[in-house]
Design a protein around this ligand. Structure first.
Ligand SMILES: [Zn+2]
Length: 415
């Protein structure tokens, strides 16, 4: 018996005792089969973890009354759901009932929609303009972008989907400003350290892209309305408020509103509920950025740029994300003439790099985008050998980066 929809299978089981006794014993196996096909073995562990994280309900009920027990619950959650040692390939190894399967599939639909939408927009914010192929309408005198650089690869699409899942999980687990202080902060750090620093940067990029996307949906609706009637009927959300809204809401609800064409009305409604949002965080990721992953000498307080512990722990199938992350990390810290060639790209303001989603792309695409000026990860590791730096050096490097070029005014969303 083959079904692709757990809901119809459940309804079928409920039509009578005979079918129920036939279907019910196979519930987990059916569901695993469907989920493996739709969500896939790579994302399924994260999908299950996301559902579990959401079921804590902390987005709606602040956890300030019993923070110590919440810490224990999150510790258990990480131990149980985020060690990624499960064999998800064998059907029946995940025990998911029909209603959970429906929830997983519904969320996945929203996640892939936004992963695809944001990836396409990020690609358009690349440093080099993407020119369409022969069927496009670009000037024939200029060469078209090769297809590997103009399209999103399967690996890149997977990274966007994964970031979407982690982003939502972090919103569900740490929605509150309280997460930044003790006793929750250490467990929050532990959660983010489950993932590579470049994956955390991906999640950080996703959050900003998502906010920009929502903002632009409202702006676009206002443009259309004012062209027709000369009025702007929707309140454009204030950016800081929008950040809190994104953390407080679940992706599926936002997706449903957007698909129904009701997102501008919805966000206008939310804007009027502003007083309900103050406790929510504005940033999903920890404000420690990359430091939490680097090796620090306790005696001198200096960080090193050793990365072997990272590349061994966080395996990737393409060097692009690591290379891009490491390039920005060493900008302003490691001095080497070879790095200057790619300075124009990696000394951009944070927002420019974020909108491009600088840590998402395959190495081949980075080569094209940087005009083959980005050194290999191995070459950069050699340059960084023996370099030590402290918090002040890091602060100075990040300020230096802000002074680089910026083309944030370039439209991000409209084409
Ligand atoms: Zn910029």
């Amino acid at each position: 018996m083959k079904f692709s929809d757990p809901n119809s299978l459940k309804n079928l089981a409920l039509t009578g005792p005979r079918l129920y006794t036939f279907i019910k014993p196979h519930e987990f196996r059916y569901n695993t089969g469907i989920l493996m096909k739709t969500i896939g073995p790579e994302l399924l562990p994260l999908a299950v973890a996301r559902l579990k994280a959401e079921s804590t309900g902390w987005r709606f009920n602040s956890y300030n009354e019993r923070p110590q027990s919440v810490v224990r619950e999150i510790e258990n959650f990480i131990d149980h759901y985020l060690h990624f040692g499960f064999n998800y390939r064998s059907p029946g190894s995940v025990k998911i009932n029909f209603s959970q399967a429906v929830q997983l599939l519904d969320f996945h639909e929203a996640a892939i929609y936004y992963a695809r939408t944001l990836a396409q927009k990020a690609l358009k914010s690349s440093p080099r303009e993407i020119r369409l192929g022969p069927n496009g309408t670009w000037l024939e005198t200029l060469p078209a972008t090769p297809s590997y650089a103009a399209t999103i690869s399967a690996g890149e699409a997977m990274r966007f989907k994964r970031a979407m899942y982690i982003f939502q999980m972090a919103c569900a687990l740490f929605p509150d400003d309280l997460a930044l202080s003790r006793p929750l902060r250490p467990v929050m750090l532990r959660f983010f350290q489950v993932f590579a620093p470049w994956v955390n940067q991906q999640v950080r990029c996703i959050e900003t892209m998502f906010e920009n996307h929502l903002y632009n949906v409202v702006e676009h609706a206002n443009d259309v309305a004012s062209e027709d009637h000369g009025v702007r009927p929707f309140t454009s959300p204030v950016k800081g408020h929008l950040a809190k809204f994104v953390v407080s809401s679940d992706l599926e609800t936002i997706y449903r509103e957007e698909m129904a064409g009701a997102l501008p009305q919805y966000l206008t409604f939310v804007a009027t509920r502003r007083p309900a949002l103050p406790r929510y965080r504005t940033e999903v990721c920890l404000p420690i950025h990359d430091k939490g992953w680097l090796i620090r000498d306790g005696a001198t307080n200096n960080y090193s740029l050793l990365t072997q512990h990272l590349t061994q722990r966080y395996l990737e199938n393409d060097s692009g994300p690591f290379d891009a992350w490491f390039r920005t990390l060493i900008e302003g810290i490691v001095e080497n003439p070879i790095l200057r060639r790619s300075e124009g790209i990696y000394r951009k303001c944070d927002m420019c790099l974020t909108k491009w989603g600088f840590v998402f792309w395959d190495r081949a695409k980075l080569d094209y985008q940087t005009n083959w000026s980005l050194p290999t990860g191995e070459a950069m590791k050699v340059m960084a050998t023996g370099v030590l730096f402290d918090d002040e050096d890091m602060r100075r490097a990040s300020v230096g980066r802000q002074s680089g070029g910026c083309d944030c005014d370039r439209p991000w969303d409209r084409s």
